[in-house]
Design a protein around this ligand. Structure first.
Ligand code: F6P
Length: 357
């Protein structure tokens, strides 16, 4: 290191500024790697101090704050979940709101917040930063539906888990000559279904962006069966048949008042069986897709995002978040992530559909 840059590192260590980190919304493999990336780089280069808010915005509003230093982030990038906990708390509900958050930040000498979360979290972060609060963000969702970024961490892990599960479903399906249905996550978009279905060689992939008729599904299943294959149908939880107005739901509402999805696979199984005469079984992969060790791709992406968002906070670029563009980590405003979901384009679906049946 040159004497000049050594001097620079030394002088930046003098800056006293605590950064608070929170993880909010559904968890995603890689959250811990983001936290570690930010904390280690901050500590190493700038002598930066951090604290963690427990369970997302709840920890901010209720002042539930924990120390977050090198010790706390040791070895966590391979760990699933989030060491800080998460919740779907809206920071504007109850005693929350900008004044309360400002008060908590001041009392705890926290000069900025890094919010790691999906659309709901980023929307709240934008509202708060519009009110003058010092907030930067990292996009997160296993669904990969945030428009401002090419990929979100957690998606690759979910696809890998789903693909492994489908490989297993295929061997048991082959043994029994059954049609197997694998239901994957994807509330509004079919990225997990498309990628895992392609990887596993599915005979049909059903996604929320493409309403499909029962006749078409039966054609795909029958054609695979007629060639002596045991059909594999992959379906996103948010998929609807062309005869349905809304995605199938039977589990009440989540904390945001949205229907809890899941069960479309079980709904399709008897329909496929009765129309084709092929014995059919459905498996809902559910939260298994969000659990456990992140893939190396997700660890690297998450670590890079964590290191980059630290620079946003230090550069006081409030209202901005980090994102992936190609292989580069870039900076975009919160609003770039809001309003419009990144859906599976028609051409990506048709490309995969050539191999269906
Ligand atoms: O948004 C990510 C996601 O995994 C969706 O695919 C799914 O509908 C939802 O979260 C499930 O959320 P919860 O953990 O609240 O059941």
């Amino acid at each position: 290191m040159h004497a000049e840059s050594r001097q620079e590192v030394h002088s930046t260590k003098m800056v006293h500024m605590r950064i608070g980190i929170l993880t909010s919304g559904g968890d995603a493999p890689g959250l811990n790697a983001v936290i570690r990336g930010a904390v280690l780089k901050g500590d190493q280069l700038y002598g930066q101090e951090f604290v963690g808010f427990k369970s997302g915005w709840r920890g901010v509003v209720e002042e539930d704050i924990v120390p977050l230093g090198r010790h706390e982030v040791k070895g966590i990038s391979k760990q699933g979940g989030t060491i800080l906990g998460t919740s779907r708390t809206n920071p504007f509900d109850g005693n929350g709101g900008p004044d309360r958050i400002r008060e908590v930040m001041e009392r705890n000498e926290i000069e900025s917040i890094i919010a790691i979360g999906g659309e709901g979290t980023l929307a709240a972060a934008k509202r708060l930063s519009d009110e003058g609060l010092e907030i930067v963000g990292v996009p997160k969702t296993i669904d990969n539906d945030i428009s401002a970024t090419d990929y979100t961490f957690g998606f690759d892990t979910a696809v890998q888990i789903a693909t492994d599960s489908m490989d297993r479903l295929r061997t048991t399906g082959d043994s029994h000559g059954r049609c197997m249905i694998a239901e994957v996550m994807g509330r509004h978009v079919g990225w997990i279904a498309l990628h895992s279905g392609m990887a596993a060689g599915a005979h049909a992939i059903l996604i929320p962006e493409q309403k499909t008729s029962m006749e078409q599904i039966i054609k795909w299943v029958t054609s695979a069966h007629d060639r002596g294959r045991s059909p594999l149908v992959v379906v996103s939880e948010g998929f609807s048949l062309d005869t349905m107005d809304d995605p199938h739901h039977e589990r009440g509402l989540d904390a945001f008042g949205r229907p809890r999805l899941g069960g479309i696979g079980e709904m399709l199984a008897p329909l496929i069986e009765s129309h084709t005469g092929i014995e059919t079984r459905a498996t809902t992969l559910g939260h298994i897709q969000r659990g456990g060790t992140p893939t190396s791709y997700d660890r690297v992406l998450a670590t890079r995002l964590g290191m980059a968002v630290l620079e946003l906070a230090r550069g006081k670029q409030w209202g901005q978040m980090v994102a992936l563009s190609g292989t580069d980590i870039v900076t975009v405003p919160f609003e770039a992530a809001l309003g419009k979901l990144k859906t599976v384009p028609e051409e990506r679906f048709s490309e995969a559909a050539v191999l269906f049946g």
